[in-house]
Design a protein around this ligand. Structure first.
Ligand SMILES: [Zn+2]
Length: 280
């Protein structure tokens, strides 16, 4: 490329080796003076040391593009390129833009390596959501067991390996979005459970706030004997496209009639449905 002087034969070879990837990236489109024109999301369809093909939902009319992704430690990695060409994709409603990378060869290689690693990571790792108390529930696809892990030992790394009691290792990608709470109006029911596990008092409630960690519910006819520490079974449906049924035991944390704050008792396989519902 123009900006690379005297490439060695091995550089030359590497430059033409394209890697088929499908990285989700953020892009920043710049005009010829380097002013930001637009920001958006796209996908790299292939990648080489000299450039990339970017698929987006909007035509990218500009001079430069900066691609942004995260490396294995969760740091931002970016690479800048010239817009070589932009055209409609064969796929309806998509556009393809060819990029020719600029900058030093060293920075380019560094960025490409990060992009390729990010691609393999997203291809094989399973996303798990981290709770505000720094725990995450990891599902083992070999033995179907779930395991709650303390993620503080990973010290901010978003990608890690977790060994199951069956001996298999799962690659996981930690998602720190769990503090996110969504205002909801999901009608359902509750049943208080006594120490013997028997249902004692039941009624209607509305989930008015939902997070990965638990719920805030409104109970109009407030049960007089509900107290912090009580175990309560709650059932409601998410208003997602399949009306996911949630049937969970929660522990009452705080009571401000008609509101009750409660945390989910044990992780279950609907946790990810709740997670996707929250970010969706
Ligand atoms: Zn296992």
């Amino acid at each position: 490329m123009e900006n690379q002087q005297y490439p060695s034969p091995s550089d030359e070879k590497r430059k033409h080796r394209r890697i088929s990837t499908s990285n989700e990236v953020d892009y920043i489109l710049l005009d010829e003076r380097g002013k930001k024109v637009r920001r958006g999301k796209g996908r790299t369809l292939n990648l080489s040391q000299s450039g990339a093909l970017l698929e987006t939902k909007e035509p990218l009319n500009g001079s430069f593009i900066i691609l942004v992704t995260f490396d294995i430690e969760g740091n931002h990695v970016q690479i800048k390129g010239n817009v070589a060409h932009t055209r409609k994709s064969d796929k309806p409603e998509f556009f393809l833009t060819g990029l020719r990378f600029v900058g030093s060869t060293r920075d380019q290689v560094k960025a490409i390596v990060a992009f390729v690693k990010a691609y393999y990571r997203s291809k094989h790792a399973v996303k798990v959501f981290v709770q505000p108390d720094n725990t995450a529930t990891v599902y083992c696809r070999w033995c179907n067991k779930t395991k709650e892990i303390d993620v503080s030992r990973f010290k901010g790394h978003v990608n890690c390996k977790v060994k199951c009691s069956c001996g298999k290792i799962s690659r996981v990608q930690l998602e720190f979005r769990s503090q996110f709470r969504k205002k909801t109006e999901l009608r359902g029911s509750y049943r208080m459970i006594d120490k013997e596990g028997k249902p004692v008092d039941a009624g209607a409630m509305t989930v008015v706030e939902l997070s990965r960690k638990g719920v805030r519910m409104e109970i109009r006819e407030f049960p007089l004997d509900m107290a912090p520490g009580d175990l309560v079974n709650i059932r409601f449906n998410l208003d997602d496209n399949v009306q996911t049924r949630i049937d969970r035991n929660v522990i009452v944390k705080n009571i401000h009639p008609p509101y009750v704050g409660a945390t989910f008792h044990r992780p279950t396989d609907t946790d990810n449905r709740i997670g996707y519902y929250l970010i969706g």
